[in-house]
Design a protein around this ligand. Sequence first.
Ligand code: MRU
Length: 375
Amino acid sequence: MENALNLDTVVLSEDKKSIIILDQTLLPNETKYLSLDKAEDIWEAIYKLRVRGAPAIGVTGGYAYYILADQADTENMDEFVSQCTKNMEYINSSRPTAVNLSWALNRMHSVLLSEKEGKGVAWMKERLMQEADAIREEDIQISRNIGAYGFELLEKLGKGVGIMTHCNAGTLATAKYGTALAPVYIALEQGWDPKKDLHVYCDETRPLLQGARLSAYEMQAAGVDTYVQCDNMASYTMKSGKIGIIFVGCDRVAANGDFANKIGTSGVAIIAKHYGIPFYVCAPSSTIDMTMESGEEIHIEQRKPEEVTEMWYEKRMAPEGVGVVNPAFDVTDHSLVTGIITEKGIATAPFKESFEKMGIKPVEKYVDKKSNTPL
Ligand code: MRU
C-alpha cells in the first residue's frame, strides 16, 4: 500500500495547462489521476468529491482560476477580468460550505484586480500561475505547523495514546500532511513507533465513508495501528477509555469558534464532552471566517438522497419514495471545543479574542452581483 504522503492530491500539470487530481472516489482500491482543463470537469470533480477536503478544494480553486484564465482568448484587460469573474463564480458554485474554495478564488481575484494596472494579459496569466502555486506551497507549510502544535499535545499525553478522528482531514484533504492527521505524521517523523505509540480510531463517516476509505487507508499505509468504526460506535470506544484525544478538521470556523465539519462531528464533540475527552479542531487560519459572528450563518450543503439510500449497497436499501435527510456538514458549538489548532498556535475560549490576538482578520469578499452573495 502506497504511503499517502507520496501521493499528490492536487498539482499543476508539467505543461501548466491542466490540474492533475487524485480521484479520491476510487480510493482505497484504485490510485488514479485525472487531468482536468475544462470548467465543467473541474466543477464536477469538486462536486462529486473526486477532490475533497477543505484545503485541497482551496488549492484546486486557485489552480482552476489560473487554468481557466490562461485559456482566455483576449488581450483586452477588461474582457479578461470579465471572463475570470464568470469562471470564478461558476467554480465557486460547486460546493458552498468549505470557506477555502471561495477564499482561494477571492485571493486570486484580488491579485488580478490590484495588480492589473499597466500590465498586459500575458503578464497577468503568469502572475496568476505564481499565486496558485503559492497557495499550494503555503498549504504544505501550514499543515506541518498544525501538525507540530498537535504533536505537542500528543507528547503531553504520552506514547501509547489513542486518537479518534472523523471524516478525513489527512494528507488527502490538503496539499500534504493534512490537518487532523498531521500530528500523527509529525509523531512518526519524530520516531514514534507506529504500532505501539499511536492508535488511531477512524469513524467510517456515513454516507460517503471518508473515514473508512481515506483516513483508515492513510493511517494503515503509514503503518499506524488503525481501527475503523461505524459512526454509532464512537461513544462505545470513548467510554472504553481508549481515547486520549480527538482531532477533527473543519470547513469553516465562525468568529465565536462555532465550526462546520463533516456531518456527525457535532455528535462526536457532545460525546467527548460527556466523557471528558479533549476535543481539538485543526484548521488553517484561512478557514476562520471572521465575517461570520456564529455558526448560525454557515450555509450547510445538502446532497442527493441516493448517497444515503443506494451508494455502496448492492441494491437500494431503503423503500422507494421515503424522505431522506442528507446534510453534508453540521455545526459544532464552540462550548464543546477544547482548542482550535491553527498554523499560528492553539486558540482557546473566548475564541474571537484568541483569533484577534493571532492577527486573524475578516477578509474582504468579492460579491457575486447576480445573486448578491459574497463569495
Ligand atoms: O465532504 P468532504 O469530504 O470534503 O468533507 C471534508 C471534511 O469535512 C474535512 O474534515 C474538512 O474539509 C477538513 S479537511 C483538512
